[in-house]
Design a protein around this ligand. Structure first.
Ligand code: 0L1
Ligand code: MG
Length: 260
């Protein structure tokens, strides 16, 4: 079996981002793509982005809810990075010319006050290290044709990360039961989804603990000041021209974004 060339596939995916290309999945072109190779491609892709002057604003989990796993036909969570260039403010407009075939999904976001480094990080450790929890919307934009991929493909593609919209309000991590936070997701004023924080593996803080332990395996940490996306509580919806997506959260307030 030929070894996977991580730098080659990272450049392949970076071209997809830069040129708004829908690419054939990597797994259609190699004999086998292991999860370890997929994370190595993801790391090489991040290195390319940081080498161009971007910085890291956070990290993310994907596929932490049954709704998302069923939508994408994948049964495990995955982990990725949030470059600072991808973070936008509540109420922002996003130019679709910058993206390929984006979708939007409501996310709970942890803002860290302290570093978190696995192994052994627990949900309690996450709450201790968190300054506040805010509502968010993630815009995902797979670089693969027809948004179709296997788990290793989507890991290599930085878990489809494209943009993050951050809510302006927020609560202390122990002000409220995070699993009980409600979210109603509207597209152009019509409700298309509803869930609570419990949709995220039963407890959003547990998801963040998994991420801290995952990055800890590579000797990395989640850093104070970073925004950590715990995952989408509902499935993702198309983010097409003229779409205004609004995630209405109990206790966290509303977050919205418009596609132009
Ligand atoms: O944030 C996410 O849940 C994305 C994970 C990858 C699957 C997808 O593109 O929907
Ligand atoms: Mg997401």
């Amino acid at each position: 079996m030929t070894a996977i060339d991580h730098a080659h596939w990272a450049a392949y995916l970076a071209a997809g981002v830069d040129e708004r290309l829908e690419l054939p999945a990597i797994t259609k072109q190699v004999d086998e793509l292991s999860i370890a190779d997929a994370y190595a491609i993801q790391a090489a892709l991040l290195e390319l982005q940081l080498g161009r002057g971007d910085t890291l604003a956070g990290a993310k989990l994907g596929l932490t809810s049954v709704a998302k796993q069923e939508q994408m036909g994948v049964s495990e969570p995955c982990y990725g990075w949030v470059p600072a260039s991808t973070v936008v403010a509540n109420g922002a407009t996003i130019d679709l010319a910058e993206l390929i075939h984006p979708r939007c999904e409501p996310e709970l976001v942890f803002v860290l006050a302290q570093d978190l480094a696995g192994p052994g990080v627990t949900a309690d450790d996450v709450l201790d290290a968190t300054a506040k929890v805010v509502g968010g919307i993630e815009i995902i934009d797979s670089r693969y044709e027809a948004f179709s991929f296997t788990l290793p493909d989507v890991i290599a593609d930085n878990t489809s990360a494209a943009r993050v919209v951050l809510g302006t309000d927020g609560i202390g991590p122990r002000d409220h039961d995070l699993a009980a936070i409600e979210c109603w997701f509207d597209i152009n004023g019509e409700q298309v989804g509803e869930a609570t924080g419990a949709a995220l593996l039963g407890d959003p803080a547990t998801c963040v603990a998994h991420l801290a332990n995952h990055v800890g395996q590579a000797g990395l940490k989640l850093e104070a000041g970073w925004h950590i996306l715990a995952g989408a509580v509902t499935d993702a919806k198309p983010f097409t021209a003229g779409t205004t997506a609004t995630a209405r959260y109990s206790v966290l307030g509303d977050v919205s974004v418009t596609a132009v």
